[in-house]
Design a protein around this ligand. Structure first.
Ligand code: FA5
Length: 341
């Protein structure tokens, strides 16, 4: 029997990977190997030329025979696993462990559904946009202090006018993009990611989600706006009792501009973290500024518009009773599987 055959037979009796590794280490220190290693040290150059390769062949045989046996054991183990497969296994008792959409995606889908049922069509817009769409067309030229209202991430790349591109800070960009390619009357909504270079805290993140909604038509009034906002939130929180309060505010692209509060749907609800609060800040709104109507290529003497926008993450945070907004994306599986803290 050759030495290689001997090693193979030696390993063949073992049936664990660790057992093979241990046996291989022992063989590397076997009498035969140690004897040849000693001989090599004191051998003449001529003898070294014989002993050296002999030793190498033996070590190679040990290694390869061990590796071969490890592979065989692994194949056998996989086969064993396969025989555990039970085609009659009843998986329905694990149904609650199956995958599902992220909580924010679910709320976004609810929001989209409400707008679609109210006759709105989804707009579109990129995450990286030009300053024209993010600011200038929204009545916020480069010299205007309103640009500082949102801390912007500017990118190295420039647009065709030589202006730095931006990560969009608001979904209001879609007012312009939709408006310039549609003829009134129209109702547009859009839900998507936005980015702001802000300090992260319980209610602020640098990436969050906003909803935008705009109607352009003739004879649009603040009454239409209030009705729309109220109807939308009544659907979202599934209650007819919800009321809307409008406070004066400022956005460059609306006039008048309004801050929207909604009556707290969680008021006096046991366990709610905001059960003592009467009103909740819900977002911004207003009648579309005549300059924006002009920038989408329409005559402001003929057409008016209304717009409102809000943060999805904050609404989701309220609905789910979350203390920290960061929980949405910190990758904690317990949160995704429904544990709320
Ligand atoms: C705007 O972004 C306007 N574009 C909204 C608007 C649309 C006004 C149409 C008028 C007409 P504002 O900066 O206030 O407004 O942000 C809107 C909402 O985004 C806030 O009410 C809040 O819910 C959410 N939000 C703002 N900053 C953050 C942040 N850092 N993290 C999470 N949510 C935020």
């Amino acid at each position: 029997m050759s030495q290689a055959d001997y090693y193979q037979q030696h390993f063949a009796n073992l049936d664990t990977v660790n057992g093979v590794i241990q046996a291989r280490n022992e063989l590397f220190k076997s009498d035969l190997i140690l004897e040849l290693t000693e001989k090599l040290k004191s051998a003449s150059i001529e003898d070294k030329k014989v002993i050296g390769p002999q030793l190498n062949v033996l070590k190679k045989d040990i290694k390869e025979s061990g590796d071969k046996r490890i592979q065989e054991i692994q194949v056998l183990q996989e086969k064993d696993n396969f025989t555990d497969f039970d085609p009659t296994f009843n998986s329905s008792k694990y149904a609650d462990k199956s995958g599902h959409l992220h909580p924010l995606t679910l709320i976004t889908k609810e929001i989209q559904d409400i707008f679609e049922k109210m006759g709105f069509e989804s707009g579109r817009g990129p995450l990286v946009d030009t300053q024209w769409y993010n600011f200038t067309a929204l009545n916020s030229p480069s010299y205007h202090p309103s640009r500082a209202m949102q801390d912007t991430f500017y990118l190295d790349g420039k647009d065709e006018n030589g202006d730095y591109m931006v990560m969009r800070t608001q979904t209001s960009t879609t007012q312009i993009r939709y408006g310039e390619s549609h003829t009134p009357p129209f109702r547009m909504f859009y839900a998507g990611q936005v980015f702001r270079n802000e300090n992260i805290d319980a209610t602020h993140d640098i990436m969050f989600h906003q909803v935008e909604c705009m109607i352009v038509d003739e004879n649009i009034s603040l009454g239409n706006l209030k009705w729309l906002i109220q109807t939308f939130y009544q659907h979202l929180f599934a209650t007819n009792d919800l009321e809307v309060r409008l406070r004066p505010s400022y956005f460059p692209f609306t006039v008048p501009s309004l801050e929207v509060d909604i009556s707290n749907p969680f008021k006096d609800k046991p366990g709610s973290k905001i059960k003592d609060q009467d009103w909740i800040e819900a977002g911004g709104a207003g009648l579309v500024h005549p300059n924006v109507i002009k920038n989408i290529g329409l005559d402001p003497n003929k057409y008016q518009g209304l717009a409102f926008g809000f943060g999805i993450d904050r609404i989701a945070q309220l609905k789910l009773g979350l203390t920290k907004m960061g929980q949405f994306f910190d990758g904690d599986l317990k949160f995704v599987q429904g544990k709320r803290v």
